[in-house]
Design a protein around this ligand. Sequence first.
Ligand code: CTP
Ligand code: CA
Ligand code: CA
Length: 696
Amino acid sequence: MSSSSFRNRHRDSSPAGAPGRKRSQFTYRHFNQMASYNTSCPLRVVAHLDLDCFYAQVEMVRLGIPEDKPLAVQQWERQGLIAVNYPARAFKIGRHCTVTEARRLCPELIAQHVATWREGDDKWAYREDAAEHIATDKVSLDPYRLESRRIMRVIKEHLPGGGLQKVEKASIDEVFLDLTAHVHQVMLERYGEELGGPPPYGDVSEELPMPAVTALDWKADALVDLGEGDRQEGEFDDPDWDDVALLVASEIVRNVRGVIREKLGYSCSAGVSRNKLLSKLGSAHKKPNQQTVIRNRAVGHFLSGFKFTKIRNLGGKLGEQVADAFKTEAVSDLLTVPIEQLRQKLGDENGVWIYETLRGIDTSEVNSGTQIKSMLSAKSFRPDITTVEQATKWLRIFAADIFARLVEEGVLEHKRRPKTINLHHRHGNQTRSRSGPIPARLLNEESLFELAKNLFHQITLEGDTWPCSNLSLSVAGFEEGVSGNMGIDSFLVKGDEARVLKSSESARTSSSKEALDTSTRQQPAAKRRRIDGAGGGIQRFLTTKREPSQDTRTTAPEDDLVRRNSGEAKLGTSKTYVASGMGWPGEPLPEEAQADSRRSPITPHACSRCDANLGGPEELQSHLDWHFAKDLQEEEEERVSQAFANRQASTAVNNARAGSQKGAAAASSASASGSNKSTGRSKKKPERGQSKLNFG
Ligand code: CTP
Ligand code: CA
Ligand code: CA
């Protein structure tokens, strides 16, 4: 039910027991639903927080630069800026500017280069001369990722625990908070008299009494107004419980923003409303350092001013399709289109989804449990590299990079671990890759490096190695709660690995469908789920979930690890999730692709592979990861299936007892070459996942 129809339904009702006295539109049941995060609860309250000019703020805090000084974050010499603080924006400096242009606009601009990894080094660092070293350096966004995790941690520590907290990291600088249960508790404490008692006649479908308050103090919040047209329900109506819930939520959000500011020095903006869709639009409404509340009664007016292409999930192909079908981008134009017509032109599911979205209805959940599914470290070489020594230096960086991120992921505490390692190599237009399992006991930086070298060695055996224009190393197939048992099991194909193979099997049969269907990533959740189910799950194969929260992890980082973000980090980590540039002639190299997407003011997060427009940098990364997974899958399914089939036939036991370096090399060699010469390993009864495998 849309909020306005909901609102009007009970407007003049005079329920039994209170003749003549206005009752709330909400029932006892609605209020109770708040405690269980029911996503269709009409009293739901969701907030979205987005850090102001995030990378720029990180640099300012790190360097102790006063807030009123203009600063921008730079990547290489001639590319666009990647973040611009608000004082610099006052000079009309934007992401599209190069450093030179920006300096022309504002000579006193502080331009800070991002941290980089350097060929041959094993940690990232801020370097004076990074801008001229595009050939030997690789951008590290780690400082920002680490700060992002600190922010998450502060938020989680500040909010009450137990069942009262639901926090989703939506991108490197964004979180969603479902505050409904928390607000429910505060309302019970504050308005116990009205809300705490049993419903009349014990009937939860009875309407609540109206709140005793007649005016709410919204403090400094930007309150979206109601517009001229909305006479049915205006400012003169008394506040109802949904307004009270939003007021309580906005207090909580103001406090959260306050702690982030106080403890870490960062300002952010927020949107507070009844769902993710509206809150996300709200946080961008007034920036910097402000929060916008969209009361239910203001939703219609708020949304009618937008182009629908600005709405979450409508920035891409689906949005274009709608614009084409109805020759408009304005929400207000589409509000008059009947649902039947939307269904007819866009299909049942999309039609209904759009109909609801335009009316601010969104029941998608705030997901606190999303976890990373793969990690990729890559470099495109300009100029190409030509020697084993060079390649080896990069493999060392990739291994250090990935391992440091694994440590944050809790790998040392055996919380999670990846089970496969993959190496991609590009020579001219030809991309080759090798993959192998990662035995649990070999999960350390040195062994990852050895595994990577071994995979590389196998690729070189085929010839045609040089010049090499791109190398990338990734780990995937994450498994939960590995106990630290370093036994022979780690050599077997089971659990996730088996599922990985299984999904690669089924994806083979459906890959053409999926290949055509890149636009599904832009579509409503229900639609995507359906396709996932049918398609066999490319996303399960290697990389990344497709929601923007790809980099979200529930486990909090070690703070000292996080605090190493000071320029002299001992153990650095880096992320280059960009996976494009593999096998597509003429396509931008990964770092160029990143830069391009930052430069374009119109579609700042466009995918260079399929024209999809993504909602943010992390979404773009996730999306590119998805392409990567798909490409990798297509290239490797034959080889990998074969390799694992062989391994299955002769399970590895002896190697489990061998020395770690030797074991690492042997394991990766065996699985990746596809010609496993078994060394007399004894058989073990296949586990459940294994026996189901079916290699065609
Ligand atoms: N980012 C990027 N490339 C883009 C968009 C964003 O590298 N095309 C980075 C920015 O450097 C930014 C961070 O991702 O700091 C978050 O992006 P976003 O929230 O869009 O911008 P902010 O710089 O935080 O600015 P705002 O105050 O408008 O949120
Ligand atoms: Ca931001
Ligand atoms: Ca953002």
